[in-house]
Design a protein around this ligand. Structure first.
Ligand code: G3H
Length: 486
């Protein structure tokens, strides 16, 4: 694929390209697979994309922000109908590009389609609500929501379809125009959609560019013509990119960032349930989810039992290629990830932890088997860093204030899972936990969905809120027409 989408044109690119390779090999012998190439665009094309988005927005007077609600919905429905015909192709890319299992790739596709339809319904409801009038102190108000402007949207590799669309769809529905740069992995899967974008939306409304993040995003931001920076990724890149904007007061941020979600297993927890939920929470998609359980606090009375049974279950997980039946662990898409996980393991071992599962840490070129580390303490890197991969640190605690203090001291505050059965203990604990994170999962692992619930975080975990309901609001501003009693 050597085309990119700017100003309604699928432009041919004859300049430099970069290879997209997969760490998946269909043979027994590991050999990275070349999947395709993408254009390595330059500052010039990035600025052309921005110019196209600015023209379509035209300071709120352009074609898209002035398009009627029903017409924007028609464009979105037309796009989604075409997208649905590409399911098999996109699912295949998800498996090969990022190593997501067939079941999870299909789920990601279907969840994205549902997300679009649910957002459309929510948008219709919002529009119906805006037809109502309010009256306070003799002033009538007709309140509605308006767009914010031009959005620069950057997506992550772990949910290249679903999280991309969790930003793009609400941004577009609300009348904003977008320049979108996909992640390095999970980029080819957009190629089957370029034409659908082109023929469903007016020119300049959606612009899709490829290349190095810094080369493209920096000049775009420096123009000061971006109104919203929307990204799902890490706070280091988010901060570096936003710094380029010359007038930050004019820049809105919609960020989904890192997390270090803990599980707290209380002494009276149903251990079977806790172990199964922690297993799924810590290992699904090899731990490459911002919502993954990244540290487990287990009460000292049950830690021995928990560790034994949890480790056995981890070792029983099937590793294989994404399309294999019952596969739970798959090759890691980032070539440097196994070495990074190994660093965390070595550091923890030097400082007194052990790998307590038999297969933990076994490596191949493109993989490292999930390592369960115990006992973990604050001196270890794995205690603090968002590993985003297959390693699970376990900390034993005596007093509930220990995990609570750690959570209060953490840079992150997305979610927590708590396992226990005594309501008299759980109720006051939950009251404390909700002041540290944004979602408390009772006897269940952490997750983003169902997508109607607010998805956000405290501290370095998020800026603004996503969800079918909230994202439409995050990408818009309340405006109103006021009139006085006559
Ligand atoms: O990587 C962060 C995702 O938002 C996680 O979503 O909980 O549905 O896997 P999920």
């Amino acid at each position: 694929q050597q085309t990119y989408l700017v100003d309604g044109e699928l432009r041919e690119w004859s300049g430099a390209t970069s290879e997209v390779t997969s760490t998946i090999s269909s043979t027994k012998v590991y050999k990275p697979t070349l999947l395709g190439t993408i254009p390595t665009l330059t500052e010039k094309e990035a600025l052309e994309a921005l110019e196209a988005a600015n023209k379509a927005y035209d300071r709120g007077q352009g074609l898209w922000p002035t398009t009627k609600v029903e017409d924007r919905i028609n464009c979105m429905e037309k796009f989604t109908a075409q997208m649905k015909t590409k399911r098999a192709e996109i699912v295949k890319f998800l498996m090969w590009e990022i190593g997501k299992s067939l079941t999870d790739s299909e789920k990601e596709f279907d969840r994205t389609v549902d997300y679009i339809y649910d957002s459309i319904e929510e948008y219709k409801q919002m529009d119906r609500d805006s037809a109502k009038f309010e009256k306070h102190s003799g002033v009538h108000a007709h309140i509605r929501r308006g767009p914010l402007g031009v959005v620069l949207c950057l997506a992550p590799y772990n949910y290249p379809l679903n999280e991309t669309f969790a930003l793009l769809i609400p941004a577009l529905l609300m009348g904003n125009t977008v320049v979108f740069k996909p992640a390095k992995q999970g980029v080819l899967l957009l190629s089957p959609l370029l034409e659908a974008f082109q023929n469903s939306f007016p020119a300049g409304v959606v612009n899709i560019i490829y290349g190095r993040g810094r080369t493209l995003a920096t000049p775009i931001m420096k123009t000061g013509k971006v109104d919203v920076l929307a990204l799902i990724g890490n706070s280091k890149s988010a901060n570096a990119i936003q710094e380029n904007h010359p007038n930050k007061n004019r820049l809105r941020l919609v960020f989904g960032l890192e997390a270090k979600n803990p599980a707290i297993v209380l002494p009276d927890a149903d251990l079977d349930l806790a172990i199964n939920e922690c297993l799924a929470g810590a290992t699904s998609f090899n731990g490459q989810r911002c919502t993954a359980l990244k540290i487990l606090y287990v009460h000292e009375n049950v830690v021995e039992e928990f560790n034994k049974r949890f480790s056995e279950k981890v070792d029983a997980l099937k590793f294989g290629n994404p399309w294999e039946e019952n596969v739970k662990l798959t090759p890691l898409p980032e070539p440097g990830k196994p070495a990074y996980i190994q660093e965390l393991i070595d550091d923890a071992k030097e400082k007194g932890a052990k790998i307590i599962n038999k297969k933990g840490g076994l490596t191949s070129e493109n993989y490292i088997f999930p390592a369960v580390l115990y006992p973990v303490n604050k001196k270890m890197r794995v205690f603090h860093e968002e590993q985003f991969g297959p390693v699970t640190p376990i900390v034993s605690f005596k007093n509930i204030n220990e995990p609570l203090d750690d959570m209060a001291a953490s840079n992150y505050g997305q979610q927590v899972s708590v396992f226990g059965s005594d309501v008299a203990i759980l109720a006051p604990l939950i009251d404390r936990l909700v002041n540290l994170v944004c979602r408390v999962n009772l006897n269940s692992s952490c997750q983003r969905g169902p997508d109607v619930y607010p998805f956000t975080g405290r501290k370095d975990s998020a800026v603004a809120t996503l969800s079918v309901h909230d994202a439409l609001r995050s990408f818009s501003i309340r405006t109103f027409v006021a009139s006085k009693d006559t």
